[in-house]
Design a protein around this ligand. Structure first.
Ligand code: ANZ
Ligand code: ZN
Length: 978
């Protein structure tokens, strides 16, 4: 038998609306306020299964809470600004405003068909000027307090949607909205300083009653890293660039072989003819009293020099015998040598002969000077592993690092560097972060860094695996202990130095296994050898004068969008005053109705084309100004909507503080997992910022949050029109009823866990059958006669504790014997357990197991006689799940029409009756434990005796002995005395 769901559902929806059943007053005598929030929908057009899942299932919780005596606010509204609505409108060549409001009207009707108990009197629509006036007002408070600023930044640009996107809106390098490839552009944008709140957002999580995985996702997104900032000195590269090799391996390239031959002959002659001074100096130079290798009479280009240290490019000349050919070539030679980067020093013959020591000292000084580059300041790196500092064998800068601009003139391979920087620009930060195996980079020729621990000169690279906006945009690379650095070093053949020794047992060959990233004991680290890596972090940081700091992955929130359909940014640009806030009395700055709302693609909002909007007066100086034409990201609108629900009609304030005090923070917030690091983080930030400015008294918006899963198509795939697996809820509502659809969705899987559940067409029929059975069970005439409470016999012989049981379950034919009593008791316990389980499960959003329990109860009730009282309790438990059917049946039992079942009191369970139904009965004979048996808690002495005596073991012990006394202690033991 099936019930007429269409008739019943329409009837009750009308009735509830007429009686304003779900309008919530701010206070209700004797009731505690309870704020249940669901994420408000985008007015995308048509309610789909996801909407039903999002709204009708939490309604179960809301209805139960109300019956439990809470004054529950369950508001709804529309997140009406933004790209999805605008794109849909453009696709259909419709005006976004018309399209949005049309959808809202349609969706409102559909939402009502769910039978959800929303308080429509509190509806909030974010594109309504009455709402966005306050979005703008809050924007201005943030702006005036330095929390909103404008800056040139590298942004994610979607060339299809023609707008910028926040990092959170870029999924794997693609636009979250349209799937188009994202590019990086530098643009002037409005930014929110969410990074100022990184620490507070992190710490605030500790106290929240949120599932650990949501908190963990936010923690990861904020991404705090403990580490150190260490400065590396930068110098010009002291290693001279080598010259091309000359013929025969000596000297440097000469012009032609003929000249070479001539020069060679001269060299030999000169070597035989050294002056006294030359001879003396040569003895010293080759005597190892100088640490570098010198050659004498060496050919460089087409010149011969007296002495040269090729390694440091130092030429030493002694006056010697001045030959004519030398004199002639002298000027030319000096120019040539200096151009090639040689340093030339000259000594007179007498100097060498009279004071060889001072000549030596001078040469040593010059060599030393040549070994150190010119100081060029320092660069700070951020590292989480300062303990590995001795293993830093090179340094890497982000290609955008400021140092490259500052040291342009010192960099020798400018072109190569610039090419690389250009290539980097085409990659998104996310692509760079993900870091493919093949790392690329370019060494900066002409400069070096000094490792502050080892004092070694190390090469500097730019590479896109280092991000400009994280840490300091520069790293010390430790290839032996960092995987990315290892890959890079392997590719560019850079040296590795192991400085952390893994614990015994974990050691293996570096080349084979790659970097060892774990902790261990320091080696190759000077006086720190033997220190544990954890302890070495602070001491090494201190040793090199660094400082312990933390870094956050979180970036500031880019809030401007170059699109029409958003809340206008209430700023006026003035040539003399800069960016000036619109005066508060001029709020809202209304979004004009325009015809040409297509995005322009040149980085400007279509509003820029609207003269009437743009041209205005500067509120500060009264002279001509121009309005900002970017609009706000939709996430701004949704960052405070839950406050407006507390006081949706207020014209003087975004919400009255007294009213907010009655409702905020939200007691339970249900939404989609996709908002964990966007909306949930943004609105927490927004609340904290408003709190610090004194606008609200709480610093967290939501006490408890639950993320739901998603409903898949019957084929287990994501529902999509192209796959043809979209389930239309309206169709099912028509065929099976809203109660069935709601209850099926609640049954499909655990709601408070993020899962994906395929829509099962047979599964939903199962729910329909269950509801039909409820209907039949209540209509069955046989059942009706039994329902007459007067017809129920009282069982006078039952113990007093059973009186309540008797009230609920009418006696059956068997009720005069103990078996009948046990059966009844079983049913009563089941009912009490069901009350308890359904209550607790609803509270934990475990709707599926609550429904299973109701099914178990119905099964048992169908088999037994049940009093009216029992059925009423069942209906009350069912009411949140199938609100229409429950109300209909409720009134069929003669309840007054003016009081809905949803206004009834939720049943309370009898805690004595929900305890375990059985206990372990200890069997003693003459006080000695002989056996144990599982027995029902309500077992009487007589029943216990029968049970015990029938046991083999006891029979054997007793033999033919007759018990002389039996002692029975309920719920504990039975002692037979023989
Ligand atoms: C040296 C080192 C040695 C590092 C070692 C790690 C292991 P998290 O944990 O994500 O904060 N790093 C620092 N700034 C970077 C940037 N702008 N772009 C890319 N990488 C950057 O990572 C911190 C570590 O990532 C830092 O510690 C640094 O490498 C690198 F055995 O410094 B480490
Ligand atoms: Zn001005």
């Amino acid at each position: 038998m099936q019930y007429n769901h269409s008739k019943i559902e329409k009837k009750w929806q009308k009735e509830w609306e007429k009686r304003k059943l779900y309008q919530t007053r701010d206070k209700k005598k004797g009731s505690k306020n309870f704020y249940t929030l669901v994420e408000f929908p985008y007015p995308s057009g048509n309610l789909h299964t996801g909407h039903w899942y999002a709204f009708s299932v939490p309604d179960i919780f809301v209805r139960a809470k109300r019956m439990q005596g809470y004054n529950v606010m369950f508001p709804i509204g529309f997140d009406a600004f933004g790209l999805p609505a605008e794109n849909a409108a453009i696709k259909r060549k419709l005006n976004p405003k018309k399209w949005t409001y049309g959808n809202i009207d349609y969706m409102r009707k559909q939402l009502k068909s769910m039978g959800a108990s929303f308080d429509w009197s509190r509806e909030v629509i974010t594109c309504d000027p009455k709402y966005y006036k306050w979005t703008q007002w809050i924007f201005l408070q943030f702006f005036k307090n330095g929390l909103i600023y404008q800056s040139e930044t590298l942004v994610n640009w979607c060339s299809k949607d023609k707008t910028v996107l926040a990092n959170e809106q870029v999924i794997a390098g693609k636009c979250e909205r349209c799937g188009h490839e994202i590019e990086q552009r530098t643009m002037k944008q409005w930014m929110l300083k969410i990074t100022d709140y990184a620490e507070k957002l992190l710490n605030g999580l500790e106290k929240l009653n949120w599932p650990e995985e949501i908190k963990e996702a936010q923690r990861n997104w904020i991404g705090r890293s403990e580490g150190a900032e260490i400065e590396f000195k930068i110098i010009t590269d002291p290693t001279p660039a080598p010259l091309p090799k000359g013929e025969g391996g000596f000297g440097y390239q000469t012009t032609d072989p003929k000249t070479w031959k001539v020069l060679q002959e001269q060299v030999l002659k000169m070597r035989k003819n050294l002056t006294e001074a030359e001879n003396l100096l040569w003895q010293e130079l080759r005597n190892n009293s100088i640490n570098y290798h010198f050659r004498r009479q060496h050919i460089i280009g087409k010149f011969i020099v007296d002495f040269v240290c090729l390694e440091k490019k130092l030429v030493v000349e002694v006056d010697g015998n001045i030959h004519d050919y030398q004199k002639e070539a002298d000027a030319e030679r000096t120019t040539f040598l200096e151009l090639e980067g040689f340093t030339v020093i000259r000594f007179k013959n007498e100097e060498v002969i009279n004071n060889i020591e001072s000549v030596k000292t001078r040469i040593n000084h010059v060599l030393e000077a040549l070994s150190f580059g010119e100081g060029l300041g320092g660069v700070k790196v951020f590292t989480t592993r300062p303990d590995t500092l001795f293993g830093a064998t090179y340094m890497v800068l982000a290609p955008e690092h400021q140092l490259l601009q500052d040291l342009k003139s010192k960099i020798k391979n400018k072109k190569e560097v610039e090419d690389y920087i250009r290539k980097t620009k085409s990659k998104t930060e996310l692509e760079r972060q993900r870091g493919e195996k093949d790392k690329t980079g370019v060494e900066l020729r002409g400069i070096k860094a000094i490792n502050p621990a080892t004092k070694e000169e190390i090469p500097i690279f730019i590479a896109d695996y280092v991000l400009a906006h994280y840490g300091t945009g520069a790293i010390m690379a430790v290839p032996a202990h960092d995987e990315r650095d290892f890959e890079f070093a392997k590719k560019y053949n850079l040296s590795l130095r192991e400085v952390i020794l893994a614990p015994r047992g974990e050691r293996s060959n570096l080349k084979r296994r790659g970097a060892y990233i774990g902790d261990g004991t320091l080696v190759n680290s000077g006086k720190f050898d033997g220190t544990k890596s954890e302890d070495a972090k602070s001491v090494i940081t201190e040793f090199v004068g660094g400082k312990i700091t933390s870094q956050y992955r979180l970036r500031d929130w880019v809030l401007s969008r170059q699109r029409y359909w958003g809340c206008p940014i209430p700023i006026i640009h003035c040539k003399s005053c800069g960016a000036v806030p619109a005066s508060e009395k001029d709020l809202p700055v209304e979004l004009p109705d325009i015809k040409d709302y297509l995005p322009t693609g040149d980085g400007k909002s279509p509003l820029a084309k609207v003269k009437k909007f743009v041209e205005t007066k500067c509120p500060a100086c009264g002279v001509r100004g121009e309005r900002e034409t970017d609009t706000m990201d939709t996430f701004v609108d949704s960052s405070w909507y839950f406050l407006r629900y507390c006081d949706p009609k207020n014209k003087k304030k975004f919400a009255d503080s007294k009213k907010m005090k009655l409702w905020m923070p939200v007691d339970r917030y249900s939404g989609g997992a996709e908002h964990t690091t966007m909306h949930l983080l943004y609105s927490r930030f927004w609340t904290k910022a408003m709190h610090d400015l004194g606008f609200v008294k709480f610093n967290e918006p939501y006490k408890a949050r639950m993320n739901r899963g998603i409903i898949l198509g019957p084929d287990g795939q994501k529902m999509s029109k192209s796959k043809g697996n979209v389930v239309d809820p309206d169709e099912y509502v028509k065929k099976l009823g809203a109660d069935t659809v709601r209850m099926y969705l609640a049954f499909i899987g655990p709601y408070a866990e993020v899962g994906a559940y395929p829509w099962d067409p047979r599964g939903i029929l199962g729910i329909k059958r269950f509801l039909d059975r409820v209907w039949y069970f209540s209509k069955n005439p046989l059942f009706s006669s039994r329902l007459n409470p007067l017809g129920v016999k009282r069982n006078s012989h039952l113990p007093a504790s059973s009186a309540k049981i008797d009230r609920v379950f009418a006696g059956s034919d068997a009720d005069s014997d103990s078996n009948g009593f046990l059966l009844k008791q079983k049913l009563e316990r089941l009912l009490q357990k069901t009350i308890k389980k359904v209550t607790e499960d609803i509270d934990a959003f475990h709707f599926n197991t609550a429904i299973s329990q109701l099914m178990i109860l119905l099964n048992e009730m169908e088999k037994n006689n049940v009093s009216l009282e029992g059925v009423k309790i069942f209906l009350k438990l069912l009411a949140p799940f199938a609100p229409h059917l429950a109300d209909e049946l409720w009134h069929q039992f003669g309840n007054s029409v003016s009081k809905s079942i949803h206004q009834e009191e939720w049943p309370a369970h009898d805690s004595a009756l929900v305890q375990d139904e059985t206990f372990e009965l200890v069997i003693q004979i003459n006080g000695k434990v002989r056996d144990k048996v599982e027995a029902p808690i309500g077992i009487t002495q007589k029943e216990a005796e029968t049970l015990v005596i029938s046991r083999e073991k006891i029979k054997n012990i007793l033999g033919t002995n007759k018990p002389c006394k039996i002692i029975f202690i309920p719920r504990r033991l039975i002692n037979i005395v023989i």
